[in-house]
Design a protein around this ligand. Structure first.
Ligand code: FNR
Length: 360
């Protein structure tokens, strides 16, 4: 855990990664909260910080008060965050996000209904701009023009991330959001070159990587995947076939890393249930990937050490524990007790549950 590692061109001082964590505290204009500087800098003991998911456009937003990375104001605020992390000797990449159908038109009234690979509404309810629950709407199936626009938005967001000084970007292709919706056949019913065969369903992810590679070298780009994840009404008829093909494809890009979420804690953002019978995706998929691999999901220190020692990951990402333990790396090093997290303050609010967890 405490040996350095290189993820592509990004040099980490240890193998502890802060997982991407949406905190829904952005201010007007979906600009990162001024407190985010403190929050992230407090956690710079991690070998790598992955930012909370940050939307690449207004329509890419799926919850109230999540930050964007498409406007100059947002980019300027991110620059301050990055500088604060760098000043503490940390590394930070931006997680680039489009939620697809996991959204509500009240969050982007000018753009209207959410967009997705196919016009299939997610089951259940989601938060609108009023922070109240609403039924999911049926999204608009994206046209080829929409996809061309999307690729430009990814490129522009990557450009903003670069200008903000991020060490790289992570493309969010996990957890049932847009790129995952294209990958998995429960949500992708397209009949064009972006749907049907596995090769077609992987096409958009490849094109997004190509777009982002116009800005960052591939060894500063990571991709997050969540095979077997059921969060956000997601499923595929053949996860092993699909995600093995995804890894084969990603092997061709010389990325910084692939980041996989163990499905045992697929809903960690919503509850603390653990599915003990879930497949172990590091055991299923890691061997096929030729580059560096981050594993996340339900790890404590001992499990993290074990997955590293087994060679099933090069770094381990911690989510909930990083919320409540800004100095998690130091605590692990000393074998010190951990602060418990307070789920009630995960989303929304200000300092409480954000920048006020005590260090040793
Ligand atoms: C998350 N997770 C998450 N994942 C992601 O890719 N982008 C995100 O913005 C978020 N946001 C988020 C918010 C909160 C409050 C939680 C708890 C989780 C998932 C997270 O990165 C991680 O995969 C899970 O939390 C599982 O890891 P832990 O918490 O068991 O270490």
């Amino acid at each position: 855990m405490f040996t350095p590692v290189k993820l592509g061109a990004i040099e980490l001082k240890n193998r502890l990664v802060m997982a991407p964590l949406t905190r829904m505290r952005a201010v007007d204009g979906d600009v990162p909260n001024p407190l985010a500087k403190t929050y992230y800098a407090q956690r710079a003991g991690a070998g790598l910080i992955i930012s909370e998911a940050t939307q690449i456009s207004p329509l890419a937003k799926g919850y109230p008060a999540t930050p964007g990375i498409y406007s100059p104001e947002q980019t300027a605020a991110w620059r301050e965050v990055v500088e604060a992390v760098h000043a503490k000797g940390g590394k930070i990449v931006a997680q680039l996000w489009h939620v697809g159908r996991i959204s509500h038109s009240s969050l982007h009234p000018e753009q209207g209904v959410p967009e997705a690979p196919s016009a299939i509404a997610a089951a259940g309810q989601t938060y609108g701009a009023d922070w109240k629950l609403h039924d999911y709407e049926t999204p608009k199936a994206m046209t080829l023009d929409d996809i061309a626009r999307l690729l430009k938005e990814f490129e522009a967001a990557a450009q903003n991330a670069k200008s903000a000084g991020f060490d790289g970007v992570e493309i969010h292709a996990a957890n049932g959001y847009l790129l995952d919706q294209f990958l998995q056949d429960k949500t992708n019913h397209r009949t064009d070159q972006y749907g049907g065969s596995v090769e077609n369903r992987l096409r958009l992810l490849g094109e997004v990587i190509d777009s982002v590679t116009k800005v960052f070298p591939s060894d500063r780009i990571g991709v997050r995947l969540s095979p077997y994840g059921s969060f956000n009404d997601m499923a595929d008829s053949d996860p092993v076939g699909l995600f093995n093909a995804a890894i084969q494809k990603l092997n061709g890009y010389q990325l910084a890393y692939v980041h996989m979420i163990e499905p045992r804690s697929t809903s960690a953002g919503g509850n603390d249930q653990v599915n003990e019978t879930a497949p172990i995706t590091s055991e299923i998929f890691r061997a096929a990937y030729q580059g560096q691999f981050i594993s996340a999901g339900g790890y404590d220190q001992a499990m993290g050490e074990a997955v590293l020692e087994a060679g099933l990951a090069d770094a381990v990402a911690y989510g909930r524990l990083y919320i409540s333990n800004p100095d998690l790396a130091e605590r692990f090093k000393q074998g010190a007790p951990l602060n418990a997290y307070d789920r009630a303050t995960f989303y929304g609010g200000a300092e409480v549950g954000y920048t006020d967890y005590p260090t040793l």
